[in-house]
Design a protein around this ligand. Sequence first.
Ligand SMILES: C[S@@+](CC[C@H](N)C(=O)[O-])C[C@H]1O[C@@H](n2cnc3c(N)ncnc32)[C@H](O)[C@@H]1O
Length: 250
Amino acid sequence: MNQEKHWNTIAPSYEAEIFDVFKSDRNRILPRYFKKHANKLHHAIDFGCGVGKAFPYLAPVFKGVLALDISEECLSTAMQRPYKNISFKHADLSSPRLKIAPADFAFCCNVIMLPEVDKNNLMFRNIQKSLKKGGNAVLVVPSLESVLYASWQLIRLYKKEGVSVKKIPATEFDYFKAGKRELVQGIIHINGVPTKHYLQTELEVLLKEAGLTITAIEKIEYDWNTEFDSSPRGMTAPYPWDWLVECRKK
Ligand SMILES: C[S@@+](CC[C@H](N)C(=O)[O-])C[C@H]1O[C@@H](n2cnc3c(N)ncnc32)[C@H](O)[C@@H]1O
């Protein structure tokens, strides 16, 4: 898939189509991490900034922020936000030739999720290269465990209503319409778009290979209505989640 074209097409309807991690983060985990790394003497990079939803958290607490995205359409929306200390770069985070002045902090939320897994690894590596020694990154990526868990809960819901697994409409499992080779790589179809999802253990291996030391892995939890049309009654924790990975360049 051509990422630039894909995201330029989505840009005009971004608010309606793209999941808002910041609004949905039930336990307000992200603001806690922004606060932890805030430093008015430091520079930050927002990789795959989209329409700039992280800016209200980054711009006030860092000296400068570089907002990078592959989509010029998303960037032009992001540029309309009222911050003076943000500069913008149109670039592909998966490019082996990406060159950026190293920063103290990197944020990358729901970007490293391409079905071409080698490109994702280039993105992890580019984030590592973009950090100063001792610099920190906070990455948000889709969780494969969460998708499987939500499907397990769906099966239980149907069972309560007397519907056996075999009788559940096949469309309920459209997430898993990838072939075997895609599925074992964690490629799940979200609204028809093949999207890489990660196991926690896989992240531990991949980030180490990219030269980053993990300092924390946490769940960013969302309400059940992000998985099902309405929040089924009585369905509480554990909630569906994305992985938040905090890591450091030694
Ligand atoms: C799901 S949106 C997330 C946006 C933002 N990080 C947020 O959380 O609101 C993914 C963003 O990543 C950008 N993106 C996708 N592939 C990219 C790449 N290879 N290099 C840079 N940006 C990319 C898209 O243009 C889009 O703006």
